[in-house]
Design a protein around this ligand. Structure first.
Ligand SMILES: Cc1cc2nc3c(=O)[nH]c(=O)nc-3n(C[C@H](O)[C@H](O)[C@H](O)COP(=O)(O)OP(=O)(O)OC[C@H]3O[C@@H](n4cnc5c(N)ncnc54)[C@H](O)[C@@H]3O)c2cc1C
Length: 344
């Protein structure tokens, strides 16, 4: 990996980190968490003929070698022209190499999993994906999040990659961000002028873009209480079981009034079928108040499919993705309802 030159700043506190981000904003500064996205994106093409091109998107004709820097399409993950074993994401923010990286590795207070006063769960942004995957508490009460990490990258990636990085990276297919939206989490953003809390579904605005301000850090992800009769599930549909980006990702969360129904609340989040991970907003109107039987679940799954906005790319056609959203939403609602009914 060939990286541009930069200086690494190591703050001891969150406030110091925000001050560094503000101070160096004009010269180019980036936050470094696990580095599994950032360092890959910052690397330079190794051989000149490895010109990044946009593969399979409408902006450039198939086979053309064009710079991804000019490509505005959201969906394609550009492949290297020479074959595809090397992959890079040159998003807007990586066009200019930063002069500074603010490394968060000393901020131990951002690395924890703890209960909120109201019984919800607070996860520090620096908590690794492996720590989430291993947590029995998360697997029991926030199953969709645990399942989101199960097939994310590889053990090496999960050992370094953080939950915060997966969310701030704002990929449409981010496997931990999709269940985070499905489970109704709030994100805590800390900046020079204070702290604010925003719903996870409103955080990403476009591929690689979010509402975070240049001096802000994502410090914590706050999941609401998982009620007694609730259950959740996530499924990643991909061409391989590991080291693969989702073709479609679906997370569902169901809360029942009692085992067997009716449905008190439901959320369905979708990955890789829009410019950002999205919340399927039509589903609650279809399912809340109904017993989640086969017909009601089928109607809700159809509604979720109507909410997505996929495009064709090398991982799957838009048509295929819509079909898969419907199939997977139906299956996962059934699983989540079963899990909700058996919660003790
Ligand atoms: C081989 C490989 C396979 C992968 N497979 C998958 C996969 O299957 N599914 C998937 O979803 N992802 C995958 N990824 C992407 C990546 O591992 C995850 O997105 C990971 O969670 C990123 O976390 P990180 O800590 O490494 O982030 P970093 O690379 O350190 O940062 C990512 C971005 O977020 C910003 N950032 C990080 N933390 C904060 C914070 N607390 N506050 C503000 N800004 C912050 C950084 O500035 C940067 O822009 C893969 C990556 C690799 C290299």
């Amino acid at each position: 990996m060939i990286l541009p030159q930069f200086d690494v700043l190591v703050p001891e506190t969150v406030n110091e980190a925000c001050a560094m981000l503000a101070e160096h904003a004009e010269h180019g500064v980036r936050v470094l968490a696990g580095g599994t996205d950032l360092l890959v994106n910052l690397r330079r093409p190794i051989i000149t003929q490895h010109v990044p091109r946009c593969d399979g998107c409408r902006t450039h004709p198939e086979g053309a070698v064009s710079s991804t820097i000019d490509c505005t399409m959201w969906e394609s993950e550009p492949l290297m022209a020479s074959g595809g074993s090397l992959r890079t994401l040159l998003r807007d923010q990586e066009k200019t190499s930063p002069e500074f990286l603010v490394s968060l590795h000393k901020l131990k207070e951002l690395k924890n999993i703890r209960r909120s006063d109201d019984g919800g769960l607070r996860i520090g942004a620096l908590t690794t994906l492996a720590e989430i995957q291993r947590s029995p508490e998360i697997r029991q009460d926030y199953t969709a999040l645990a399942e989101g990490t199960d097939n994310l990258g590889s053990p090496l990636v999960r050992n370094r990659g953080t939950l915060g990085g997966n969310i701030v990276n704002a990929r449409p297919a981010a496997d931990a961000a999709v269940p985070t939206i499905g489970l109704g989490a709030m994100l805590t953003l800390h900046g020079k002028s204070g702290t604010r809390s925003v719903p996870a579904e409103g955080f990403p605005t476009a591929p690689g873009k979010t509402i975070i301000e240049p001096d802000e850090l994502l410090t914590e992800i706050v999941y609401p209480l998982s009620p007694t009769y609730s259950g959740s599930a996530y499924y990643k549909l991909a061409n391989r079981k590991a080291l693969e980006i989702s073709t479609v990702g679906v997370a569902v969360w169901v809360i029942l009034e009692k085992p067997g129904g009716p449905v008190a609340d439901v959320r369905v989040a979708l990955g890789a079928v829009g410019p950002t991970p999205i919340l399927a907003k039509s589903v609650p109107a279809v399912l809340i108040g109904k017993v989640p039987d086969k017909a009601a679940i089928a109607e809700a799954a159809e509604a979720a499919a109507g909410d997505c906005r996929p495009i064709d790319d090398h991982r799957g056609s838009a048509w295929y993705r819509v079909q898969m959203v419907e199939v997977l939403t139906g299956r996962l609602l059934k699983i989540a309802v079963e899990r909700a009914g058996t919660t003790t």
